[in-house]
Design a protein around this ligand. Structure first.
Ligand code: GDP
Ligand code: MG
Length: 177
């Protein structure tokens, strides 16, 4: 078979969801381009970015979708979710309100997608230690109760950013292979 068919074997659509300003765009920027933006407006308009990930010697393309700010208007559309096989459900560990929204995001995700969509709960901004409002234990407990993977990340200092995306991609790959 052709080179083309080989690379198209593994293309996983992954969506980023969570309240406004939790760090979705910066997690994607950090992962895909190793960048960080202090001005959140800088990435508005971006639809998705594709990143190659190697799992068990296989090259996988992760097509990662960013909301481009539409979550501010509670208007994340069905087109955004369509065909996704993975999701990063993100909150900000320094803003309890964003953690309390997780249930609503999970309902929305599950209304558009199969229960089997591989989902990781991500507590972002772990660098903001002094401002923490959601403990690691509370985050882990929610993830366990909902059958989600769990990780805390910082798009600012890069910690666990690759691991968050890789966990989702690896699990999707394991399910499909
Ligand atoms: P989005 O609305 O979910 O896409 O959030 P953004 O990526 O635009 O980030 C919102 C704000 O949080 C921006 O001012 C970012 O610089 C900041 N931010 C994002 N991730 C982190 C992080 O890991 N740590 C800290 N301290 N700030 C972050
Ligand atoms: Mg954004």
């Amino acid at each position: 078979y052709s080179e083309n068919e080989k690379t198209e074997d593994y293309l996983f659509k992954i969506v980023l969801i969570g309240d406004s300003a939790v760090g979705k765009s910066n997690l994607l920027a950090r992962f895909a381009r190793d960048g960080f933006y202090t001005n959140s407006k800088s990435t508005i308009g971006v639809e998705f970015q594709t990143q190659k990930i190697e799992i068990n010697g296989k090259e996988i393309k992760a097509q990662i979708w960013d909301t481009a700010g539409q979550e501010r208007f509670r208007a994340v559309t069905s087109a955004y979710y369509r065909g996704a096989v993975g999701a990063l459900l993100i909150y900000d560990i320094s803003r309890r309100q964003t953690f309390e929204s997780i249930g609503r995001w999970l309902n929305e995700l599950r209304s558009y997608l199969d229960m089997n969509v591989v989902t990781i709960l991500v507590g972002n901004k772990s660098d903001l230690k002094d401002a923490r409002e959601v403990t690691t234990a509370v985050g882990k407990a929610l993830a366990a109760a909902q059958g989600l993977f769990f990780i805390e990340t910082s798009a600012l200092d890069s910690s666990n950013v690759s691991a968050a995306f890789q966990t989702v991609v690896r699990e999707i790959y394991n399910i499909l292979s």
